[in-house]
Design a protein around this ligand. Structure first.
Ligand code: NAD
Length: 423
């Protein structure tokens, strides 16, 4: 999958930064991190990902976030707004790790200021918002990268490799079950639970998987139907604000069973069970199910092709992807089995690969596996599925991107995973 930041390699500035800390030498690539909450840890990959790149600035609108920034990015100048960062100047690239509803405006401001953007997923919380960000990238020519790190995970690379080698024939159907065992802690104790901040967990959480369905199927969703409900967390009345806290402060495996959770966000109006059906532009049929109160936390993909089927068991190292491509009765062992490589928990390896890809694409014009157009298509499918489930499960069709925007993003370069024209 390409990312057309590749079209315009960027020349890093070499002048000293007026806003750098006293006595510090400006790095070859000056990076800002915006939103210094839980996810801002990915900015620590910047100097590892690229020689000469360094985090020189941090932005957070909250005092607690700014204090955290001073502690975790001691060499960075700390700002309280993106406007102040832009006004200070001399920033080459920004890593945006703010809540979802802020992505659109922050990305547009940075792109207009000529600052290359690494934007956390989801690209935006509405289809119009996603299209606005892509249109701004097209108009300004400023590099845009959306951090769909899951494409770089061992389990996805393994599944995609099996498909690319033709081991299950032509992909026809993809079924994804997503057991969000940590859902109560991850998504119902802060802004994630509030529709006005996330739209739907079919974006906040599922945008990864919708993107992977598209990646594995080499197609984009064109029709969706959704169903879902708020089944457990809506009934919990123990609610509170959590000023200054981030998720690691309240996460515990002892928070069980789900209905015994306490301290939920004052607003809880996203669904804790969501299901969607998708028809892709190449005829592939797909489904995605997400539940936020399972005891275990992992994703299970089944990909059925014209000549076989694959399924993952576990989605990190120690897990396995099994392939059945001979005819027989039920058989626990795959006809072929592939161990999943990478980390045993979380996704630090994929995060480093993603940051590396971002900086290499901005600075060298290197091709990328993630794509802003694909990120838009994930937002389109997820947001329309939520609209469908909230309006009696009516089927909804995904509109195409304007041709002028597609044209900007269309000079595809081969992906390093596949070497074929990307999707
Ligand atoms: N790709 C992944 O695997 C992955 C994993 C976790 C989170 N994320 C994404 O990272 C983003 C941040 O999530 P988080 O868990 O770190 O949230 P968080 O609540 O822990 O942190 C968000 C921070 O942004 C600050 N902030 C809010 N509005 C701001 C603004 N307008 N300008 C500057 N700062 C602002 C807040 O004060 C807070 O410090 C989300 O969009 C989420 O989807 C991605």
């Amino acid at each position: 999958m390409h990312n057309d930041v590749a079209n315009a390699p960027m020349t890093a500035r070499t002048t000293p930064a007026p806003n750098s800390t006293a006595g510090a030498t400006r790095p070859a690539v000056a990076v800002a991190v915006i939103g210094t909450g839980a996810r801002s840890v990915i900015a620590h990959h910047v100097p590892v990902a690229r020689n000469g790149a360094a985090v020189v600035a941090a932005v957070d609108t909250g005092e607690v976030g700014r204090a955290r920034a001073r502690a975790t990015f001691p060499d960075a100048v700390v700002y309280s707004s993106v406007d102040d960062l832009i006004a200070a100047g001399n920033i080459d690239a920004a890593v945006v790790t703010t809540p979802d509803h802020t992505h659109e405006d922050i990305a547009v401001a940075l792109l207009e200021a000529g600052i290359a953007v690494y934007l956390e997923k989801p690209l935006a919380i509405s289809l119009d918002g996603a299209d606005r960000v892509l249109a701004t990238a097209a108009e300004t020519g400023t590099p845009l990268y959306v951090g769909h790190n899951f494409r770089h995970s061992g389990v996805v690379r393994t599944m995609r490799g099996i498909i690319e080698r033709g081991e299950i024939g032509e992909v026809k159907a993809i079924w994804v079950r997503h057991f969000v065992g940590n859902g109560g802690d991850y998504y119902f104790k802060d802004w994630h639970a509030d529709r006005s901040k996330t739209g739907t967990l079919l974006l906040q959480k599922a945008s990864h998987d919708i993107d992977i369905v598209h990646y594995l199927a080499s197609g984009y969703t064109r029709r969706v139907v959704g169903m879902g409900d708020l089944m457990i967390y809506g009934g919990i009345t123990d609610r509170r604000e959590r000023p200054g806290e981030t998720m690691p402060d309240w996460f515990s495996y002892d928070n069980w069973p789900p209905a015994a959770q306490t301290g939920l966000n004052p607003v809880v109006d996203v669904e804790d069970v969501s299901m969607m059906l998708m028809t892709l532009d190449n005829g592939v049929q797909a489904s995605y199910q997400q539940c936020h109160f399972t005891p275990d936390y992992w994703r299970n993909y089944t990909v059925i092709g014209s000549e076989g089927r694959l399924e993952n068991f576990g989605d990190t190292s120690a897990g396995v992807v099994k392939v059945w491509n001979r005819r027989h009765e039920w058989q626990a062992d795959g006809d072929i089995e592939y161990p999943i490589e990478g980390v045993t928990s979380g996704h630090a390896d994929a995060d480093l690969a993603t940051m590396t890809e971002f900086l290499d694409s901005v600075l060298d014009g290197a091709p990328t596996v993630v794509s802003p157009v694909a990120a838009r298509e994930a937002v389109a499918a997820g947001s329309l599925a939520a609209a469908s489930l909230r309006s009696g499960s009516v089927p909804l069709d995904v509109p195409d991107l304007p041709q002028s925007v597609l044209d900007h993003f269309s000079s595809a370069t081969p992906t390093k995973h596949s070497g074929r024209t990307p999707r």
